[in-house]
Design a protein around this ligand. Structure first.
Ligand SMILES: Cc1ncc(COP(=O)(O)O)c(C=O)c1O
Length: 349
């Protein structure tokens, strides 16, 4: 029995997936209880009166090509948040199974676990450096833990886990649990994604998104990248028409070469602006320290975080309060345009 079928919920393995209306574009559609008329103002190619094609090939193929994986290894969902939710629902039985997370990290892993009724085991990052404690994670994983979530670069601390560490962890967890690497910010780093390693490590799962570097958070497009066997189980759980036709028609062309080149140019601009913002923050007396960031944000300790939040808000901006265990003074700033960053710096002066 494969690792994926050993770890998956038996109900999901046994589930007969919903059989959606057949997709046969050469035939006139009289089988899906759609209206045969377009509404006024519908400028879509396919017609919004029609259900979209499930797992739309232009998106699946475009994302798979960009990530360097096989289309059969990729499921497109409504952001990586949907990928997190699907993993919980495929693998965790309420009241029995757990996930492992390494705080401070992205809070949705624990929220999705809470929704599913799964437990959350915390193995904190090393204080101060926020490095992943691979030995502590491996020591803590028992048979109840199905999914180990690692975010790299990590939100909110900004540091990336070296690729060699991620692969060492995948190897250490082999035959025991799935390692889920959340690479939402990976395009902002020099580090290579581990997505291309999925075929070599049956327990490795990678999540990517178009929400960050691609500037498409409003389109809600993320990818779950894993073995075809795992993707087939997730496909049973995701609603058949999750991705809207408008999303497909807007996003698929942006995954072509010109769109990718434009994305890379915007990332370069943003990284230069991050360096400028970071240098200016370092000169402000109210900023006690910053952590080196490999994302499009900066985490910093403030002498008086409440006052900083208030001053920034009075200037018409909002930054994120990240105060929590291990981060008692921290606020997170998403790098903005040069004009926005100047307003922020002025407000904090
Ligand atoms: C680490 C991390 N993963 C996933 C997400 C969710 O992204 P998406 O828009 O793809 O659902 C975020 C969003 O902030 C994030 O910070």
């Amino acid at each position: 029995m494969s690792l994926v079928s050993r770890l998956a919920r038996p109900e999901i393995l046994a589930l007969k997936a919903y059989s959606h209306a057949a997709w046969e574009p050469s035939l006139q559609r009289m089988h899906a209880n759609e209206l045969p008329y377009r509404v006024a103002g519908d400028t879509s190619q396919a017609g919004l009166n029609r259900y979209p094609e499930p797992q739309p090939p232009p998106l699946v193929q475009g994302m798979a090509a960009f990530y360097g994986v096989d289309p059969a290894q990729l499921l497109v969902g409504r952001g990586s948040d949907e990928a997190i939710d699907l993993l919980l629902r495929v693998f965790c039985r309420a009241g029995q199974d757990n996930i492992l997370v390494c705080p401070p990290t992205y809070s949705m892993y624990a929220v999705a676990a809470g929704i599913q009724g799964a437990g959350v085991v915390n193995v904190p990052l090393r204080p101060d450096s926020f490095e992943l404690d691979v030995a502590a994670v491996l020591a803590r994983v028992d048979a109840s833990i199905k999914l180990v979530f690692v975010c790299s670069p990590n939100n909110p601390t900004g540091n990336a886990v070296p690729r060699s560490e991620l692969l060492r962890l995948a190897q250490g967890l082999a035959d025991r649990a799935l390692l889920v690497v959340d690479e939402a910010y990976v395009e902002f780093t020099a580090d290579a994604s581990v997505a291309t390693e999925v075929g070599l490590h049956p327990n490795l799962v990678v999540m990517r998104t178009l929400s960050k570097s691609h500037g498409l958070a409003g389109a809600r497009c993320g990818a779950l990248i894993a073995s075809p066997e795992l993707i087939a189980l997730a496909r049973k759980v995701i609603p058949p028409y999750a991705i809207t036709e408008m999303t497909v028609e807007v996003v698929a062309p942006l995954l072509q070469a010109a769109g990718i080149a434009a994305m890379r140019a915007r990332v370069a601009t943003l990284l230069a602006e991050r360096a400028r913002l970071s240098a200016a923050l370092a000169r402000l007396p109210c900023v006690l320290r910053q952590w080196p960031s490999e994302g499009n944000f900066i985490l910093a300790d403030f002498s008086d975080p409440d006052a900083a939040l208030q001053r920034v808000r009075a200037a018409g901006l909002i930054i994120r309060d990240m105060r929590q265990a291990l981060l008692p003074q921290a606020l997170r700033i998403s790098v903005g345009t040069p004009e926005q960053n100047d307003i922020l710096l002025q407000a904090l002066k």
